[in-house]
Design a protein around this ligand. Sequence first.
Ligand code: NDP
Length: 329
Amino acid sequence: MAQAPVTVTVTGAAGNIGYSLLFRIAEGAVFGPDVPVNLRLLEITPALNAAKGVAMELADSAFNTLYDVDIFDDPNKAFEGTNLALLVGAMPRKKGMERADLISANGGIFGPQGRAINDHAADDVKVTVVGNPANTNALIAAKAAPDVPNERFTAMMRLDHTRAISQLAEKVGARNEDIKKLVVWGNHSADQHPDISYTTVNGKNAVDLVDDAWVNDVFRPRVAKRGAEIIEVRGASSAASAASGAIAHSRDWVQGTPEGDFTTVGMYSDGSHYGVPEGIVFGFPAVSRNGAWEVVDGLEISEATQAGIDKNVKALQEEFAIIQSLGLA
Ligand code: NDP
């Protein structure tokens, strides 16, 4: 294998998402089948043994593309030389927890991780945040990493995006690959705004194939609440599909998105797209070219889409105000 290995750090590596994610990264799903990977697993101290068990299973799989696996509970060591960071581990919302408490608890995780990325990661580091609240956690990490460009900190909106594709495909009797140019604006939360205004199905406009009532009353709420639906049916959260989303997001970032389509990425807003103010991490339509995400501009915004964008801006600005009040930004 001729290529130099890349270093990938995964946090929350012993958790449910980590358990699906690591094996696919190890097998080349992000960087391709010819690029060897060194994995660095970050866990909290009580979960180190569980991470060791996962590392043993990775070894047992004898992947050709997996070189080293190292386990840490210190972010300063875990992010040494990292090219790709997948920030999965997060503090879950506990009963009775207010949003400010949740953000504060996650500030204590994503702030130090952002600083460690700033100080120790490779110059080309790319960061995909999965742990919730993902958009604001990405922002906290970005703010703690002044030497890393803000646009390298992204929040995973890809699972929302593929949930929307799948719902539409099923409704119109198409295949997933027939569906292009869908976007989920905003926040990875119940406020998100899945939008098929620009979507085509085999070249036909999606809006001509379904009625507004289905879009507003079935499609949008179902996509936004799909996580809860999975928990109810499966009895556990949607870990494997979240891992698939993180893989697809990271793979496209590294290898590029296909021509003639776009995807959804939670990106740092620089204030120049669709009236979204600077300084929040927002789900935009995006393409990846030469290892960088670019927002797709020029889409015509309907009243309904504008209302969806505004609602998400408001929610994310409220979260931003909380991180400012906590001294995290
Ligand atoms: P999961 O691996 O299932 O989930 C991890 C994070 O991903 C959560 O924030 C969760 O948000 C989010 N998530 C889950 N499902 C989805 C989805 N479908 N779409 C988008 N995001 C999703 O959690 P576990 O509890 O199994 O594992 C967490 C691990 O992280 C534990 O092993 C823990 O020890 C570790 N951890 C590590 C830290 C560190 O490295 N410093 C810090 C904190 C925890 P939600 O809660 O909303 O479902």
